[in-house]
Design a protein. Structure first.
Length: 76
């Protein structure tokens, strides 16, 4: 496994990192490794299927056709 040394790390940044590691109950090295892994991870490919059902609760009981007609009428 590789070793990473960081020179000239600002003290305030190190203190924030140390505090975050403590909150997460990790060592500073574990926290840095986790942060780097998350930052460098490839983003999940987006799919239109992820939108299925999104907002269904907002539209419950609403007549979608009437809503669209009202919106279109407001454009004039």
């Amino acid at each position: 496994m590789a070793t990473l040394n960081i020179k000239n790390l600002p003290d305030d940044l190190y203190e924030k990192l140390k505090a975050r590691a403590k909150r997460e109950r990790r060592s500073v090295a574990q926290e840095v490794t986790g942060l780097l892994a998350a930052a460098l991870e490839s983003p999940k490919a987006l799919s239109i299927m992820d939108l299925q059902g999104l907002g269904a609760a907002l539209w419950q009981g609403v007549d979608a056709v009437a809503h669209v007609e009202t919106e279109r009428a407001s454009w004039d």
